[in-house]
Design a protein around this ligand. Structure first.
Ligand code: NDP
Length: 480
């Protein structure tokens, strides 16, 4: 055997990851794909990589040094299970099987258990950065056992993106921890993209600037505290003109956003964990709303404010307010995402270093941003922060932004422009700030119709009012 690592699944992600691996000193990469043509094409097109092609799983296993290490990059779900079964058939106990696809973390927990019981090591690994990241340096989020990390760590460090001198990979935690964190990464990505889209919409409709002019605004923002890959590519997209019509491409693209499901997973999981990721949820729902063409009011029958309701007297001042609203909402979205990781770790028994997660997201992945350094600083200063946005740096930033944020949410509501992520983020922020929440009334209602009981502010214990009787209060058993 000549190869120290193998890749199964040679579509765009797998072939790029294989080329990345092959380009690093000391690696010889065995490659396998269900249909052999893909393997042949890759090997022929990239002789420099020195790939060891395999046409069967047996050949693939024979090409690998022990302990065999193979990264699976195939469609999530059934195809991943099928490949794992094949590898277990031809591999031997002690070998390491890595799933680099976008698997649901609960599938990863299930697979890890089954594969471990058969004597193999299994690592579910989140990979972010799309095809370019896979080739040039992704952000890698491996879970799985410590034992596998010993072998895998050096290889993964060599292919990961580098940010501030550090490779963007860490052993996230056991079993499904890596895929969980990748899932939340994607949820945050949804929120960030929606916030940017709302900012663009407000600026366009408020100032009448052209997409190319707004591209300049985003390019300028990219030199400040909002500096990030998503802001950078937003400027690129807005600047693009359509060759066929000569119009801005953004005006030619159908305004229905697709989704592959990781945003929905993030929200579903958050609901189960009881974590309010409202920014991510609004972003996911906003995509759903956009794609329900049949429900959208094409005839204009739904009343709204008159068109001239939205006039911005000072475009530059307005744009600065939008920037601050975007920054504040972004702090909320990331804070909520990290809250979900914290809650997931508690629920599933993972030890996850939140500061390390923010550091491995600084390069390679879609949400890479300057901002992640501030999150890393916050967790370095206080690892047990109950909620990220309460870190002094973010408190200061929110204090600086909050007046503008409120203005922008008001302006959007007044003008009839949907800004669900801006406004829900603000509501979340004010929810955290509120000294008293109307949840007390909800507890009263719950006690009224369902005898669900309540606790009192002035003494310990659990109480129930005899609503259908004489309405005196009795001490009750704690039923929640
Ligand atoms: P696809 O998700 O399009 O999957 C295609 C690959 O899956 C092919 O190699 C195909 O083999 C293989 N495959 C499908 N069914 C089976 C099966 N039953 N048995 C064996 N192999 C099978 O490829 P991508 O490269 O886009 O993505 C790979 C993984 O990486 C996915 O899980 C994806 O979610 C994840 N990912 C993708 C990113 C992206 O930007 N595209 C980013 C991060 C992760 P064949 O050629 O024989 O059909």
């Amino acid at each position: 055997p000549t190869a120290n690592i193998g890749v199964v699944g040679l579509a765009v992600m797998g072939s790029n990851l294989a080329r990345n691996l092959a380009s690093r000193e000391g690696n010889t990469v065995a490659v396998f794909n269900r249909s052999y043509e893909k393997t042949e094409t890759l090997v022929t097109e990239h002789p420099e990589a020195g790939f060891v092609p395999a046409s069967t799983y047996e050949e693939f296993a024979a090409a690998l040094q022990k302990p065999r290490t193979a990264i699976i990059m195939v469609k999530a779900g059934g195809p991943t299970d099928a490949v794992i079964d094949e590898l277990m058939r031809v591999f031997e106990p002690g070998d390491i099987i890595i799933d680099g696809g976008n698997s649901l973390f609960t599938d990863t927990i299930r697979r890890e258990k089954a594969v471990r019981e058969a004597g193999f090591n299994f690592v579910g690994m989140g990979v972010s950065g799309g095809e370019e990241g896979a080739l040039l340096g992704p952000s890698l989020m491996p879970g799985g056992p410590d034992e596998a990390w010993v072998t895998l760590g050096p290889i993964l460090r060599s292919i990961a993106a580098v940010a501030e001198g550090e490779p963007c990979v860490t052993h996230v935690g056991h079993d499904g921890a890596g895929h969980f964190v990748k899932m939340v990464h994607n949820g945050i990505e949804y929120a960030d993209m929606q916030l940017i889209a709302e900012a663009y919409d407000l600026i366009r409709r408020g100032t009448g600037k052209t997409p190319a002019e707004i591209a300049d605004v985003f390019a300028e923002w990219n030199r400040g505290e909002l500096e990030s890959y998503l802001i950078e590519i937003t400027a690129e997209v807005l600047r693009q003109n359509d060759a066929a019509t000569g119009r801005p491409l953004v005006d030619v693209i159908v305004d229905e956003a697709g989704a592959k499901g990781t945003g929905a997973w993030t929200v579903q999981t958050a609901l189960d964990l009881g974590v309010p990721v409202s920014g991510i949820a609004e972003a996911t729902f906003a995509r759903s709303l956009s794609s329900h063409r049949e429900q959208r009011d094409v005839s204009g029958a739904l009343p709204g404010p008159s068109d001239d309701a939205f006039t911005v007297p000072d475009a530059d001042a307005f744009i600065e307010q939008v920037r601050l609203a975007l920054y504040a909402s972004k702090i909320v979205a990331y804070s909520q995402g990290f809250d979900e990781i914290r809650a997931g770790a508690a629920q599933y028994g993972w030890t996850i270093d939140l500061g390390a997660i923010s550091r491995i997201w600084r390069g390679g992945c879609i949400i890479r941003a300057q901002f992640l350094n501030r999150i890393a600083d916050a967790y370095a200063a206080e690892p047990e922060l109950p909620v990220l946005l309460s870190a002094p740096y973010f408190v200061e930033a929110l204090g600086r932004a909050q007046a503008a944020w409120r203005d922008i949410v008001q302006i959007a509501a007044g003008a009839g422009i949907p800004a669900p992520a801006f406004s829900s983020s603000l509501a979340y922020y004010d929810g955290l700030r509120a000294e008293r929440l109307p949840a007390a009334l909800i507890q009263g209602q719950r006690d009224f119709f369902g005898a669900h009981t309540y606790r009192r502010t002035d003494k310990p214990g659990t109480f129930h009012t005899l609503w259908s009787g004489d309405r005196t209060e009795i001490e009750a058993e704690d039923t929640h």
